[in-house]
Design a protein around this ligand. Structure first.
Ligand code: 5GP
Ligand code: MN
Length: 335
């Protein structure tokens, strides 16, 4: 993977560009994709955003989201667009298999691939150019830096601003995580100066739940949470029947894991959800417990030091049992 700076000259030649991100895009994946989209179209490129899967309804207010192609829904159309691409931007993931069924078409595409990402241990050999900075708050912050460093700050219009603000806000837990540096606030100050209305965005993302989501949250906290005080750990487990009973959709479980860390003394929070094809884990920690490594070693996952994900093919009982069996190995680190 060559340094991103070497890619900048290619911005001047109008090209067919695809932008993609990790499966089940969150605010940062969708925000960085759309932010980059609204920037690149101003340079005369033909740009398509392809999401590997569907996404949460709370992202559907975003400028340009209607143009995003869901690969699982429109495989042939998406494949034809990938086949025509000169350049593919890969945002907010560190390894192609984070794009689920889009992995193979991406790997097979014989074009320039550009990585912009902040996850740990990127598979650099999969990309032509790129930048990977694990200290960055979000991929949205990195897309902002990319636009500025390429000499195009004047191209940051309100559509770019709204998109990029979304990911910076969601990935920093509304500006509270340690990754919220002075650069983050300076970026947001610039977006405000050009007219960004940030309250609207908070409201669109956080105040748009339906009743069933709140009922489900209450149910899960009451009936599906276990606190393992001896390890300063709290876990939550959601059965597929729970998802059906409360009509839970993509995105409705996002943020649930954060409740675990809001308890005094809890350093490690883990939630496992019984999705159709797999058991999906979310791990969060406070302080010096490294959930990226934990997820990599035990649950085929990864992510960041304090926020990571993983998966398991075992059933919910077995994957929970495995977690509880492993935990004592980490007793010292969790004290
Ligand atoms: P979440 O728990 O919100 O799904 O994910 C937390 C962080 O870990 C996000 O940055 C996400 O991209 C990353 N992540 C989630 N699942 C996986 C996984 O299976 N593998 C890797 N490498 N990263 C993941
Ligand atoms: Mn991110």
């Amino acid at each position: 993977m060559e340094a991103i700076g070497r890619f900048f000259p290619l911005l001047n030649t109008p090209s067919n560009i695809v932008i993609t991100c990790h499966q089940k895009p969150d605010g940062d994946a969708m925000g960085s994709s759309l932010g980059l989209y609204h920037f690149l179209i101003q340079l005369g490129h033909k740009v398509t955003v392809i999401s590997p899967t569907n996404w949460a309804d709370f992202l559907n207010w975003m400028p340009g989201v209607d143009l995003v192609i869901n690969y699982e829904q429109f495989k042939h159309k998406a494949q034809a667009i990938v086949d025509e691409a000169d350049i593919i931007f890969c945002l907010d993931f560190n390894i192609l298999h984070r794009t689920k069924h889009l992995e193979k078409p991406l790997a097979a595409a014989n074009c320039i691939k550009v990585l912009i990402d902040h996850h740990q241990q990127p598979a650099e050999e999969e990309f032509t150019y790129g930048i990977s900075l694990t200290t960055k708050s979000s991929t949205c912050e990195m897309v902002y830096d990319f636009i500025v460093a390429s000499g195009n700050q004047d191209k940051i219009n309100l559509d770019v601003a709204k998109s990029l603000y979304t990911g910076v806000m969601t990935d920093t837990g509304s500006f509270r995580f340690p990754s919220t540096t002075a650069s983050v606030h300076l970026m947001v100050a610039y977006l405000k100066e050009i007219g960004l209305e940030h309250s609207e965005i908070h409201s669109n993302i956080f105040d748009s739940s339906l009743e069933n989501r709140l009922r489900f949250t209450g149910f899960a906290l009451l009936n599906r949470m276990e606190v393992l005080y001896e390890y300063n750990t709290a876990i939550m487990y959601i059965y597929s029947q729970d998802l059906k009973r409360f009509e839970i959709k993509t995105g409705d479980t996002e943020g649930l894991v954060n409740y675990l860390l809001s308890m005094q003394g809890i350093k490690f929070g883990a939630i496992v959800i019984d999705r159709d094809e797999e058991r999906k884990w979310s791990f969060r920690s406070k302080g010096d417990f490294d959930v990226n490594t934990f997820a990599r070693i035990h649950f085929e996952g990864g992510g960041h030091f304090n926020a990571a994900g993983g998966r398991s093919d075992a059933n919910l009982e077995d994957t929970l049992a495995k977690f509880k069996k492993i935990l004592p190995e980490y007793e010292q680190q969790l004290h």
